[in-house]
Design a protein around this ligand. Structure first.
Ligand code: ADP
Ligand code: MG
Length: 589
């Protein structure tokens, strides 16, 4: 993995060197230079787009809007202030970023598809504003900028270097983001946004920052581009074809990768150039690009670079080892004495349409206990977990954690307070490695944390310890999706332990885990409990519950029907009735 990345950087550096000396070697041919500089421009846009749409997975279909915003900012300011457009080009980036933050703050608060539609709508709105705000933009007449100040003999060479420099900066910026916790958080959002929120990623802020970051360099490039064209108008500056081209470039090369969008941009730019020369006309280009987009989505869904990489990996497959059974340790640690109430639910309810999944539940979990929550399938256990961690809002009632009311807090805030959970069906980020998964949780919402290295030294060390604790140290560099189901459950446990939560909710931790790992699991829970971690455990394996947990709470049909020490709950007539027809509980009697 490491050597492959290094090889990619070496190839990129070699290409950069060739491109940097090209105008010096071949200065008298303006045409190839012009084709290349438009390639750089498209690569700047595709690489930027990749930050929000590749890393975070929120597809923007209106990204050329930022190019237009940059062009207009620079066109207007250069004329007003009487300065050269190049000097104010960075302000084009500032405008683009500010607008992105404003749009993002409105649209990215929620999840899902609204974003795609809004990005197109915004592009068209920008065009309409540019036509109508005549005082500012001169409407459809457009704005003419001054001619380049350098001698005609230099032709486009200064533009060539300006765009090349912007491309280098954009790629470095994108690479830097990918290496920070911001980058990991964005990938986590792409893979499973709900899960990302429960491990402490402030998903709203991360998305807005990514959208803003994806606008800046396009805005700057837009300013330079306006100077290059020396004329801008609404239709040219806010063109939907421009946005489609960006998407096509990034998808062709491989979205979500660092160099994919650059490779794609050069290819698409060449094809575009050929289309202009041989087929002519914008319409033919729309057709061509539309067709190409369909072909790419159908036959190269991951893009060129990832496909090549996958092919390479298939030629030399990494081996997936399986874990051997572990000996259960002899020493059973003493559980701590139950302390104050840590988690308290007071009259909590949640309905789905006509069904009341959680019905007026009041439940206390004391510090230092391993409290069980059992009940037949569909009795509302998972829903109750979702209410506590914030995946779902409660309809009524209060939830208190560690003396604070938390039911109005976003999931990541609850995580930062010390609430952790695992899922009934594991929700690891399958494309990340096991180690990346374990270090993905964020302990706080500070900006400093967000821009720090994705894996800091002591975190890698701690991740290693935790993986050893659950017996999976050897798998740190494997893709999480390649592990067996039971192993994934244990990785998720290690993941939740990373932040040292005070209370951990385990949703059927033993479900699908083979018996040899089961011993390891109860060992780990006991050991952590002895160190002061409180657990609330949903589990169907009743012998395991009776052995591990005290007290036991029983849900049936959304209502809490019994609560107490395991011996007492197991004899409770209401509990026996609730389990009637369910063969699990009678089996242990
Ligand atoms: P358990 O975890 O105890 O098996 P759940 O909490 O998953 O039970 O489900 C309780 C009830 O709520 C079930 O009848 C289930 O069908 C319903 N339910 C759970 N989640 C949803 C949802 N998102 N939308 C509609 N109904 C749901
Ligand atoms: Mg469940």
């Amino acid at each position: 993995m490491k050597s492959r990345t290094r090889r990619a950087h070496l190839v990129a550096a070699a290409c950069l060197l060739v491109l940097a000396v090209y105008p010096v070697i071949n200065p008298w041919q303006p045409y190839p230079q012009a084709v290349l500089l438009l390639g750089f421009l498209l690569a700047v846009q595709a690489t930027s787009w990749n930050i929000i749409s590749g890393y975070a997975g929120y597809v923007s279909l209106g990204h050329s809007m930022f190019l237009g915003l940059g062009s207009y900012t620079v066109g207007i300011l250069a004329a007003r202030w009487g300065v050269n457009p190049l000097w104010v080009a960075p302000l084009g980036g500032v405008t683009a970023t500010v607008i992105a933050v404003l749009i993002g703050a409105v649209v990215l608060r929620t999840r899902g598809h609204a974003f795609v539609i809004i990005t197109i709508a915004m592009l068209l709105a920008a065009q309409i504003i540019a036509v109508n705000a005549r005082d500012l933009t001169r409407g459809s007449d457009g704005i003419t900028l001054e001619l380049p100040f350098w001698h005609r003999d230099f032709q486009n060479i200064p533009f060539y270097y300006a765009f090349l420099a912007l491309l280098v900066l954009t790629v470095l910026f994108s690479a830097w983001i990918r290496r920070t916790k911001l980058g990991t958080g964005l990938i986590a959002i792409r893979e499973d946004e709900g899960k990302a929120a429960t491990i402490g990623v402030d998903t709203t802020r991360f998305k807005i920052v990514a959208y803003a970051a994806s606008a800046f360099f396009i805005g700057v490039a837009g300013g330079v581009y306006a100077y290059y064209l020396t004329f801008i108008n609404p239709v040219g500056s806010f063109a939907i074809l421009g946005s489609v081209t960006i998407v096509l470039a990034a998808l062709t090369g491989g979205r979500g990768t660092l160099y994919g969008p650059v490779v794609g941009a050069f290819l698409v730019n060449l094809v575009s150039e050929a289309a202009t020369v041989y087929a002519g006309g914008v319409q033919s280009r729309v057709l061509l690009f539309g067709g190409a987009l369909v072909l790419v989505v159908l036959f190269l869904p991951k893009g060129i670079l990832p496909t090549v990489e996958a092919w390479w990996r298939r030629r030399r497959p990494a081996e997936v080892a399986y874990i051997e059974p572990l000996a259960v340790r002899e020493r059973v640690p003493q559980p701590p004495e139950p302390g104050d109430v840590l988690l308290s639910l007071r009259g909590v309810s949640r309905r789905f349409g006509g069904l009341t999944a959680v019905d007026d539940v009041s439940l206390d979990v004391r510090q230092g206990t391993i409290t069980a929550l059992i009940g037949p399938n569909g009795s509302g256990k998972t829903t109750l977990f979702n209410l506590v961690t914030g995946g779902l809002p409660a309809d009524s009632g209060e939830i208190w954690f560690d003396g604070r009311r938390v039911d109005g807090l976003r999931p990541w805030r609850r995580c930062h307070l010390g609430l952790g959970r695992t899922y009934q069906v594991t929700r690891l980020f399958k494309e990340m490695t096991v180690r990346e998964n374990v270090v993905a949780p964020l302990a706080d919402a500070r900006w400093r944390t967000m821009v720090s290295d994705a894996v800091r030294g002591h975190e890698a060390e701690r991740a290693g310890e935790l993986l050893d604790l659950v017996g999976l140290g050897r798998f740190a560099d494997q893709r999480a999706g390649a592990l067996s189901y039971g192993q994934q459950k244990l990785v998720e446990l290690a993941q939740v332990l990373m932040l040292e939560p005070r209370l951990i909710l385990l949703d059927e931790p033993a479900g699908g885990v083979n018996p040899s790992l089961l011993g390891r699991l109860t060992d780990v829970i006991r050991e952590l409990n002895a160190r002061g971690v409180t657990f609330l455990v949903v589990e169907h394996n009743i012998p395991l519950v009776l052995d591990l947990c005290d007290p036991v709470a029983v849900l049936a049909g959304g209502r809490l029907i019994a609560e107490g020490p395991p011996g007492q709950v197991r004899e409770d007539p209401a509990v026996l009735e609730a389990y009637l027809g369910d063969d699990r509980l009678p089996a242990v009697r």
